[in-house]
Design a protein around this ligand. Structure first.
Ligand code: HMG
Ligand code: MG
Length: 300
């Protein structure tokens, strides 16, 4: 297989960190509610391919997202605790994470009031105040924190989002002492120019190591947006096995960038991810069987 020539603009990239979000983002939006045992089996299969960072589920209202109930039981059964993160939307979710000795939490802040209200029933300001308390408490207890900056480019209710405002809000969360910011294109509408522009602006006052990117592949621009991010120094990406996923509260949100597509492109570019693509494709098969969904990943 001929190797693609690496762009000089990307420079020397030896390694890209892949964070698998399938067990949370991939499964939360499917009608097929997987059992805890099935979720466990999927995570074990992903780990066999070499993935070392997995968002395994969320502590959210079981009425809002039934498919995520049992995340506490799932976490207890898993062995490599420091490889897992869990999404928490509020203080109650954080308390559950602490009770279960979760080592990394993912907060989620949608940057528009309309979307944040739909997702977690709070305004941006209300969530920000609560997240400051959660980040403070996490830092006191050595819990690692990430915060999703969701609908960072386009909101399904308010349209295009001003990137100056996104930078301001992101900097506010960074000032609280969060460990990582995940810039998320929730409904998969961003293009590579917009991605570059936002990361360029964020890099003016921050180290790019603090950021990762989370793309949904609605318009098949996920990989282009990864490349644009690589050019701006981003080295950590979320993806989802098979390209499953989407936020149940964001109309138009389709699947995430598929992990096999991300890993496949990195392999073609000679960038290591530590993940074995053949073994990853077995996880894809498993995810397809479990959900009975047609998957969007193309690299199989
Ligand atoms: P609410 O109704 O405002 O909450 O919902 P509340 O405080 O009034 O409580 C209502 C009930 O929920 C109570 O139970 C609480 O105990 C319970 P009841 O008395 O009725 O039996 N409750 C909880 N239970 C479990 N865990 C919790 C929790 N909090 C309250 N943490 C709430 C607010 C946040 C709970 C609700 O809106 C919710 O669960 N939303 C789920 C949001 C979600 O999971 N969205 C998808 C993930 S975000 C995403 O996909 C985007 C991302 O991928 C990045 C991107 O692409 O942009 C991350
Ligand atoms: Mg998402």
């Amino acid at each position: 297989m001929p190797r693609l020539v690496r762009s000089t603009k990307v420079g020397i990239v030896n390694f890209v960190h892949v964070n698998e979000v399938g067990p949370r983002d991939g499964i939360q939006n499917t009608n097929a509610v997987l059992s805890v045992s099935e979720r466990f089996e999927l995570i074990r299969s992903l780990e066999k391919s070499g993935i070392q960072s997995i968002e395994i589920g969320s502590f959210v209202s079981p009425k809002a997202v039934p498919s995520m109930s049992g995340t506490d039981k799932l976490f207890k059964r898993l062995s490599n605790k420091n490889n897992y993160s869990v999404l928490v939307p509020n203080l109650k979710g954080f308390n559950l994470a602490q009770e279960n000795n979760v080592e990394e939490i993912c907060l989620v802040l949608c940057v528009t009031d309309s979307m944040n209200k739909k997702n977690i029933n709070k305004t941006v300001e209300e969530s920000t105040i609560e997240f400051k308390k959660i980040i403070d408490e996490s830092n006191r207890n050595n819990i690692r924190t990430k915060c999703y900056i969701s609908v960072a480019f386009y909101c399904p209710y308010e349209g295009k989002v001003d990137n100056g405002y996104v930078v301001e809000l992101t900097n506010t969360i960074i000032s609280y002492g969060v460990d990582e910011i995940v810039i998320a294109d929730t409904i998969g509408q961003a293009n590579p120019s917009e991605v570059k522009e936002l990361f360029k602006k964020l890099a003016r006052s921050n180290n790019t190591d603090q950021f990762s990117a989370h793309f949904h592949d609605t318009k098949a621009l996920g990989l282009s947006n990864v490349f644009a991010s690589l050019e701006e120094g981003i080295r950590k990406f979320d993806s989802c096995i098979g390209g499953l996923g989407g936020c149940p509260f964001a109309p138009g949100s389709t699947g995430n960038l598929a992990t096999e597509d991300l890993v496949g492109m990195m392999e073609m570019m000679n960038i290591d991810t530590g993940i074995d693509i053949d073994s990853l494709l077995q996880s894809r098969e498993l995810a397809s069987k479990m959900t009975s969904l047609e998957l969007i990943g193309r690299m199989y």
